[in-house]
Design a protein around this ligand. Structure first.
Ligand code: RB5
Length: 149
């Protein structure tokens, strides 16, 4: 895994994603990647938007540049995170989409479903997300068109 980030990688989960998030954090830290955990840190039932919005605010304020969010399916996290103008979040269950989302869509938030994929696949997806580099050019003008004026 290449680490082309200058800031910590944000991570967050709800209760459903907690175990997978912990496995990912252990893997990432083992590779020397600095991680900032926005919660949850307890297995009690909680609300995924609280954590998605905490990460969205941190991206908007430039505290972090990229993040990985984990809930049961990744869907709720992605919907909530994408309400932030500075966030382009993608849900992935295989590595190709994660890599292409970086190269073509300049995504900055990866959402994973702990009830959908196992830890091994999740690590492969995070690798692809962290390795992927935005290609710019024609993709930059397309990404710019995503925003509603
Ligand atoms: C929690 O049960 C579940 O709804 C949540 O983790 C997530 O999958 C929502 O999209």
């Amino acid at each position: 895994m290449r680490n082309n980030m200058t800031k910590q990688l944000g991570v967050a989960s709800d209760h459903a994603g907690l175990e997978l998030k912990r496995a990912l954090v252990a893997e990432l830290q083992g590779r020397g990647i600095a991680v900032r955990d926005f919660g949850t840190d307890a297995s009690a039932s909680c609300d995924y938007p609280d954590f998605a919005h905490a990460v969205g605010r941190a991206i908007e304020s430039n505290e972090i540049e990229r993040a990985v969010l984990v809930c049961g399916t990744g869907v709720g996290m992605s919907i909530a995170a994408n309400r932030h103008a500075a966030v382009r979040a993608v849900v992935c269950s295989e590595p190709l989409s994660a890599r292409m989302s970086r190269q073509h869509n300049d995504t900055n938030v990866l959402c994973l479903g702990a009830r959908v994929i196992g830890a091994g696949t999740a690590i492969d997806i995070v690798d692809a997300f962290l390795d992927g580099v935005f290609e710019g050019g024609r993709h930059a003008s397309r990404v710019a068109k995503i925003e509603l004026s």
